[in-house]
Ligand binder design. Structure first.
Ligand code: ZN
Length: 55
């Protein structure tokens, strides 16, 4: 069901929320995106592309 592409979308969505809304965006990401993201057994897709600012 969920694969690497979904993980990438979620990671990008979380990053987008962070850059647009800062801490409020992080709160939304943690509440909405993180639970889904944790079900996908894939490392941070932004880290693997060198675009991550969180890790
Ligand atoms: Zn990362």
């Amino acid at each position: 069901m969920f694969g690497r592409k979904a993980a990438q979308k979620l990671d990008n969505a979380a990053a987008g929320l962070h850059s647009r809304y800062g801490k409020a965006g992080d709160a939304v990401a943690n509440a909405v995106i993180a639970p889904v993201r944790r079900q996908i057994d894939t490392g941070c897709t932004r880290c693997s592309r060198g675009k991550c600012k969180k890790h």
